[in-house]
Write a protein that binds this ligand. Structure first.
Ligand SMILES: [Ca+2]
Ligand SMILES: [Ca+2]
Length: 258
């Protein structure tokens, strides 16, 4: 009887301890959930939409903020327009390959290892701090003024690692001669809390002419073909034939009315 009472008392104590432990666990887990970063929340970059021009970014080479740009190629070309009023435009011909390595904080020859035969290019980047699990999404659009045999390319650099986004014929989205990618997204999820440098660039290869163009914005803008304003000879012939037909119809109407 005494043993039973003792055992019963011990069980009650055990239940109390378990209850306290459960309460403690509930408090701990609610605190952890409260402090955890929200799922896929965006990291805070300055002026990622380029609505304040290039504020918050550093750049090298031919880099400007613009609302709309006509990129003429050997096969017509493309008009690229910003989301809202501004986007960044990079044209590849101005900073030599070695200086681009330095600009992006890369080991000498790192760009050459990712994109062969690099001659010159342009770059833009920003350093920011973020928390593990946060994401950075940048929209980009690459247009090739060059043709196959040359491999102008666009790339992204995250903390010293180069990844080709697009090229004429060697990696990423391959556009071929005078091609374009349209607006695409690049998303990076921060693996740890810390400081990151996110950069984008575009380069010429083999020679330094017919620059590649890279456009950047925080949301996709517009891409449409350049429509020639000067009619082709065939168009004139059609126009004249059309006018002649109209004249014939009008004459017939007058004949019937008479
Ligand atoms: Ca914008
Ligand atoms: Ca080129």
């Amino acid at each position: 009887m005494l043993e039973n009472n003792g055992e019963s008392n011990f069980t009650t104590q055990e239940v109390k301890v378990k209850n306290r432990m459960a309460l403690a666990l509930t408090i701990i887990s609610s605190v952890v959930v409260f402090h955890a970063p929200a799922y896929a929340s965006p990291a805070a970059l300055a002026n990622q939409a380029y609505e304040s021009g290039l504020d918050g970014w550093t750049s090298s080479g031919d880099v400007t903020a613009t609302s709309e740009s006509a990129v003429t190629t050997g096969a017509g070309g493309w008009i690229i327009a910003a989301h809202q009023s501004q986007m960044a435009q990079l044209n590849s011909g101005s900073t030599d390959a070695q200086s681009l390595d330095t600009f992006f904080g890369l080991q000498a020859g790192a760009l050459e290892a990712a994109v062969f035969d690099v001659t010159n290019g342009a770059g833009i980047q920003q350093t920011f701090t973020g928390l593990a699990g946060e994401t950075v999404t940048q929209y980009w659009d690459f247009v090739s003024r060059d043709y196959t045999g040359f491999n102008d390319s666009a790339f992204v650099v995250v903390n010293g690692a180069v990844t080709v986004l697009a090229s004429i014929e060697n990696g990423g989205i391959e556009v071929g001669s005078y091609g374009h990618t349209g607006w695409q997204s690049f998303t990076y999820t921060l693996p740890t809390n810390g400081t990151y440098t996110l950069g984008f660039g575009v380069v010429n290869t083999k020679d330094t002419i017919l620059d590649g163009a890279l456009f950047l914005d925080n949301q996709p803008g517009d891409t449409r073909p350049i429509i020639s304003a000067i009619p082709e000879p065939e168009t004139y012939a059609l126009l004249i034939a059309g006018l002649a037909l109209l004249g014939f119809v009008a004459k017939r109407k007058r004949s019937f009315a008479a």
